[in-house]
Design a protein around this ligand. Sequence first.
Ligand SMILES: *Cc1c(COP(=O)(O)O)cnc(C)c1O
Length: 376
Amino acid sequence: MLAAPSISAFNPPRRILMGPGPSDVYPEVLSAQSRPTVGHLDPLFVGMMDELKALIQYAFQTKNEMTLAVSAPGSAGMETCFVNLVEPGEQVIVCRNGVFGERMRQNVERVGATPIMVDNEWGQPVSVSDVEAALKANPEAKFLAFVHAETSTGALSDAKALCALAKAHGCLTIVDAVTSLGGVELKVDEWGIDAIYSGSQKCLSCVPGLSPVSFSPAAVEKIKNRNTQVQSWFLDQSLVMGYWSGEGKRSYHHTAPVNALYALHESLRLLAEEGLENAWQRHKDMHLLLREGLEKLGLKFVVDEQSRLPQLNAVYIPEGVNDAEVRTQLLTHYNLEIGAGLGALAGKAWRIGLMGFGARRENVALCLRALEEQLG
Ligand SMILES: *Cc1c(COP(=O)(O)O)cnc(C)c1O
């Protein structure tokens, strides 16, 4: 017998999360999550799932039937798109301007397909003309994959233009909207996006661990006409859809994360109540307020103004300032978390998130006050 460890209940303090995610969770969402667990085939739960689907469709601005939340974080949403759509031997044009484009490349390789890379510098958006050249040079390519909002740098790419180009060259699009959903304009149907995935813990301000995804009719057709079986049992959407499809009887696939789905339902309901356009505007307004203060402190943005994400503000750490020390001070004195640099920007930049419920005036004021104290 191992002796029982003597451990007390975990009681974290209330932090203010202004990093690259998870973001501050809405109090309503935390309370929704603590409601009684019901069976995941309970008729009441099934009704909640139907509403959830409609809410995800609204957030994505899509009528796609195949719209659901994968029971795992954004990374699993990414993998869901690649393993279901891409078959061994196919060519995928992958845009890489930060950490998450590189992860797309790794997904393509693991599927046994061939990535064709379009590289842009960290901090730059994906170059539309470079993508056009790659599409022309690779007529065999079946997909264009890119990150809408690169969280590692704070750069926003022109998803509308990229999707139009892909369509003109007969490619399906796979779009990472983990950080963009709810924070900046995103229109899945209007822009012709074929496969899209997001995450619960960024601008939706829900608890981490769920990934809303959506597939266009053309993407569904591609999945139906596969020559090979999807290599992942859990992520195989043809199996999962039996559970999510609205009509008829639901069949068991896996035990849905019942309470986490209550949380997502509430966060998306709050987004719908605010209205997408109002949410986008709030992110922009708070970004401008933060920007003004950061510039007064002499901090310089990594990304040029025209492609800057409002919800992810990457600024260079000034010469002679101790990165880890400042972040530790913010955490201990203000309960405030800001993000460290990732990949090529590790040790060089801070990433200040204004995501979802975190994009509020009081957070901006606190962050500026705390940084002023450290840098002043
Ligand atoms: C956070 C993030 C992911 C991964 O999401 P997880 O929930 O951490 O797995 C993927 N892509 C982008 C752009 C992200 O910001």
